[in-house]
Structure formats: C-alpha cells, structure tokens
Design a protein around this ligand. Sequence first.
Ligand code: PGA
Length: 254
Amino acid sequence: MIVTGERGRNMAFGSKLVAGNWKMHGLRADGVALARGLAERAAGAGRACELLVCPPASLLTTVAGVLDGCGIALGGQDCHAAAKGPYTGDISAEMLADLGCRYVILGHSERRHGHGESDQVVRDKVAGAWRAGLVAIVCVGETRQQREAGEAAGVVSVQLTASIPDGATSDTLVVAYEPVWAIGTGLTATTHDIAVMHAEIHARVPAGTRVLYGGSVNPKNAAEILGLAEVDGALVGGASLSADDFWSIAGAAG
Ligand code: PGA
C-alpha cells in the first residue's frame, strides 16, 4: 500500500511506521542536510510504509520546510502536559502542532530515567498531545535488571496501564516497545522476545494500534525485526541520523 503522508492514519492502516528519533543531535546545517537526503529519496519512489522524523525542537521549523510535500511526517520528542504557562524550557503539544507535527514521542526511557518522569507525568502529557490533535507515541520497556528478574512483562503492563489515559484509539496512540538495555547499546532483544512482548502489548491496547520496536535497530537487523507480524514498525535512534541507513530500514519495512 502506498502511503502519501496525508493526515490521519486510516489510509495507512496495515502499513508499518518507521520513525527516526534524532534526539539532541544536529545544528541547522546538519538538520537541513539530513532532511534533504530523506526528501530526495522520498521523491524517488513510492514506498510501502509510513515515515516520520522527530528532530530536536530547535530544528522543527527548518526540517518542516525541507520535508514539505514529500510525505514524511514530522514529530516532537516530548511535550509539556499544559497548553501554555510558566514552564521555562518546555514546549507544549499545541506548539508542536503549530510547527507541523503530527506525532510526539512520550515517555521515552531517556525522559523516564534521565528526567525522572513517572507514568502519571507521561499520562498527563499523552492527554496534552491528544488535546492538540497529535498522535502520541508512548514508549515502554524494561531495564536489564528487570528482564533478568523475569519482570519485563509485568513492568511493561504497568507502564501501559498507568501511562495511557482512557479513550485511546488506534488513530491517536502508537506504542513503542524499547527495552532500556537495548537503546544505543548495539544490543537487540531476540526476535522471540520481541514477538512475545509485542503480542502482550497488542492484547492491552485498542485493536489496530501500531506497536513499534526500538533499541539499536539498524540496516542489518531491520528486516528480521520488521518481518515479525507482531511488529508494526520501528523507532530508530542512532541509525536515523544517516539518510542511507534510515532509508534502508524503511525499505525493510516494505
Ligand atoms: P537507538 O535509539 O536506535 O539509538 O538504540 C532508539 C531510541 O532511543 O528510540
């Protein structure tokens, strides 16, 4: 199915979503070069998956301009729960939407662990994203210690229940399963563990909700991971900083 990148995901139903999380990388020249690389590739051919990039907030306007009309969606990496107010350094979901974002990543482990965000904080942010009309990509995942203690499924189940407000639909929610120990480490969960966890997540979210895998996805392992029926796409960190690598991962999703 060819996805043209229009708003709404019903037309993309059944297609995988490959999302690039640029994290805190890139000055303007870097962002322009990377976005141009993607826009050129997008112009070349139709594709069978939906593509999304989530640059740092400082680059959203610039990247939106470069990607305009090429069918690659734009997203934020975080937002505040409130629409506006005295929150120094924060950005609201409305501000992201105003810059052309359709998605926002919430509850990434670098926010949960690096900034002490609780499930309740994530939940409030998801509500804020929905208020602004954004699709929330809610990240969940266990630490190495929790996996070794056999607690992975329980941890993820609690995160899902506590981080996602009532009223989620497959149009407003995407879940990203990202084992914390796999992020930026070069380690990936086994395809068996990914399939099992994704099946458990699918059972806990509205039918049709896309469940992405994240954690050291790269051009070498993408086909195996994205080939799993339970995996509806990927959230890609490091490899999304190379247009070639991101495009190769996108190709594996087709
Ligand atoms: P990684 O990051 O691909 O660099 O492991 C993934 C993520 O943090 O979303």
